[in-house]
Design a protein around this ligand. Structure first.
Ligand code: GDP
Length: 298
């Protein structure tokens, strides 16, 4: 059984289509570049980014005879070059508490990511608190409590249907009083009613800033890799709803189409703080551009 690549993309999507590493060398000509571009688009890189990657690949190499492994290595290099500037772990500030607002559509993996992050920071010796800000989904609150228990971190909740901003305010007040290092606030992801959500998020920001003008210090947008190019739209939308400062890409274990990460880096340049590679508490990794590029190319 083939072991799935850790950082995104089932192995071999591009590799298999290019042929075996020991296949005869071939000339990097227009036809070859067009074919590569198609493969990149199939990996969900999007047309624009795929064209840029293949143009970069051609530079200084056009007309050269290359082996499959040379082409793969060159492609991986080009992708790594795009991804390196965005591979940044969540920055830690001296602020106490550091307030991290977590946004994203329902099902993207917000709850899971908050649980995994809470566990990582706790293991690193930080005190962490979670606020279950999606007060309209009882199931979301329950899930977060389960994750809080797993991570050994307190979860602040409010009655179903109550004002998320008021919970956020109380959570920050308590985190301040208790000298907590990191407060993570979950939010609703109901994009169906965007005006409502916008107002809700705006109100959360307003009340947090009453207690700390710098809060939130980070606004993480959680994206599901299996939604492919749709992730680009979600960035556009959430950037209008909240000042997104960084991304977490989940479910990279379940897709051969992690190319959307390259498109995101190319288009928005937002930091990728972590990637989700499974449903368990330890399945959150720092984003490693080289490993990711190698896995994507296969
Ligand atoms: P939320 O609605 O945004 O809070 O999303 P959840 O955190 O509840 O996640 C939705 C589903 O995706 C759950 O079944 C999670 O177990 C699953 N999930 C989250 N992150 C990952 C990941 O990195 N890999 C996989 N395979 N599943 C994930």
């Amino acid at each position: 059984i083939e072991k799935p690549a850790e950082q995104g993309a089932k192995p071999g999507l591009l590799g298999r289509m290019l042929g075996r590493d020991d296949a005869p060398r071939r000339v990097l000509d227009d036809e070859m570049l067009e074919r590569l571009e198609e493969l990149l688009i199939q990996s969900d890189m999007g047309v624009e980014t795929a064209m840029r990657v293949s143009a970069n690949l051609a530079e200084g190499r056009f007309g050269r005879k290359m082996s499959v492994s040379e082409i793969k290595a060159a492609l991986a290099d080009e992708i790594t070059r795009i991804m390196e500037p965005v591979a940044k772990p969540l920055p830690l500030y001296a602020a106490r508490p550091q307030v991290v607002l977590v946004v994203g559509v329902n099902g993207a993996g917000k709850t899971t990511t908050i649980g995994k992050l809470a566990s990582q920071f706790r293991e690193a010796g930080k005190s962490v608190m979670i606020a279950a800000g999606d007060t309209f989904r009882a199931a979301a609150v329950e899930q977060l409590q389960v994750w809080g228990t797993r991570a050994g971190v307190p979860v602040m909740t409010a009655p179903e249907g109550s004002d998320p901003a008021s919970l956020a305010y109380d959570a920050l007040a308590r985190a301040k009083a208790e000298g907590i290092d990191l407060l993570m606030i979950d939010t609703a992801g109901r994009l169906q009613n965007r005006a409502d959500l916008m107002e809700e998020l705006a109100k959360i920001l307003r009340v947090l800033r009453k207690l700390d003008p710098d809060a939130p210090h980070n606004t993480l947008l959680v994206l599901d890799a299996t939604t492919g190019q749709n992730a680009l739209n979600q960035v556009e939308i959430f950037r209008k709803l909240a000042d997104v400062t960084g991304l977490v890409m989940t479910k990279l274990d379940g897709t051969a189409r992690g190319g959307v990460l390259v498109a995101l880096a190319d288009r928005f340049g937002l930091p990728i703080h972590a990637i989700g590679v499974g449903e368990q508490i330890d399945d959150l990794q720092a984003f490693d551009p080289e490993e990711f590029a190698a896995a994507l190319i296969g």
